[in-house]
Write a protein that binds this ligand. Structure first.
Ligand code: BEZ
Ligand code: FE
Length: 299
């Protein structure tokens, strides 16, 4: 503790300043500033809530259980940040774009395995029991220039709302995932299935929190993308299915109206044949617009 911070006889009115002062010798100014802000607001919240000792013990137990639920493939703290709206807030703060670039949204926990590299036009659906869906688009720079040889990483839940890693006994690894490289005109395309809405994991402390607060756990149907190109800032985003349930009440607050797309049904044999598909299909389109990188951000 720094010399100026009183350490005895602290009361409700002096404790906050004393705690902030205790970080006064932190060499990293950013860390010092963030800890001061955190203590200021945390103490203000506690002062406003006036928890009983019992309630505080329960809060600590909740955080302990959250930690115990984490392992190499499960990050319950990220899920907690998601349902508290913090993940989306951090995204929004870090992507205040004005140039018409594609809006970013949360990464989520299911980008946990590497997507298999696939040829343009390939299917990421390795099961083949639902009607196909064609997704097409371009990767563009903010001024509209197409970005050739950009990388487009895609992952999604299937028509029943499951990622491959959630049903390893039923779904082949890599199902619903693909890593594509854009062509000379910045275009990409792949076939898949229209994803379903699905619940975020509810078998841990975050699920208990949702239950205790009468909140549903669902995310509207979406496909995840990360687009990366030389000299540009990557974007992590989704497209949302226009008529999906829960667009108005995403459990993780990540919907942006600019990312909602019609998945238009096409029942035209010639069109199907043109895309190498056997019958009617849905079609969605998204251009992924990247901002030129500032400074050292370039890929
Ligand atoms: C997801 O979209 O994969 C996701 C995002 C946040 C929490 C849970 C799932
Ligand atoms: Fe998802």
């Amino acid at each position: 503790m720094t010399g100026s911070a009183p350490s005895a006889d602290l009361d409700e009115t002096t404790l906050t300043d004393a705690t902030i002062a205790s970080f006064g010798d932190t060499p990293d100014p950013r860390l010092r500033n963030c800890l001061s802000i955190l203590v200021k607001h945390l103490h203000a919240a506690i002062r406003e809530m006036e928890p009983t000792l019992d309630e505080w013990e329960r809060a600590v137990e909740f955080l302990t259980a959250t930690g115990h639920t984490c392992d190499d493939t499960r990050q319950e703290f990220v899920l907690l940040s998601d349902v508290l709206g913090v993940s989306s807030l951090v995204e929004n703060i870090n992507h205040r774009k004005s140039s018409g670039a594609t809006e970013a949204t949360v990464l989520g926990p299911f980008h946990m395995t590497e997507s298999p590299r696939r040829e343009l036009g390939a299917s990421i659906d390795e099961v083949g029991k639902a009607e196909p869906c064609l997704v097409t688009g371009r990767v563009l720079s903010a001024d509209g220039t197409p970005l050739a040889r950009a990388s487009v990483d895609v992952w999604q839940a299937d028509e029943d709302g499951f990622y491959d890693v959630q049903r390893p006994d039923v779904l082949p690894p890599g199902n619903g995932r693909g890593l594509f490289t854009t062509d000379d005109e910045g275009r990409f395309r792949f076939s898949t299935v229209v994803p379903s809405h699905y619940p975020i994991p509810t078998d841990g402390p975050v699920g208990q929190l949702l239950l205790a607060t009468n909140r549903h756990p669902y995310r509207p149907a979406h496909i995840h993308f990360i687009a990366t190109a030389d000299g540009h800032s990557p974007v992590t985003t989704h497209i949302f299915v226009a008529d999906s349930p829960y667009l108005e009440s995403d459990a993780v607050f990540a919907v942006k109206s600019s990312l909602i797309r019609e998945f238009q049904r096409i029942d035209d044999a010639e069109e199907s044949a043109r895309h190498g598909l056997a019958g009617p299909f849905a079609h969605a389109e998204i251009d992924l617009v990247l901002e030129p990188a500032r400074g050292r951000e370039s890929a």
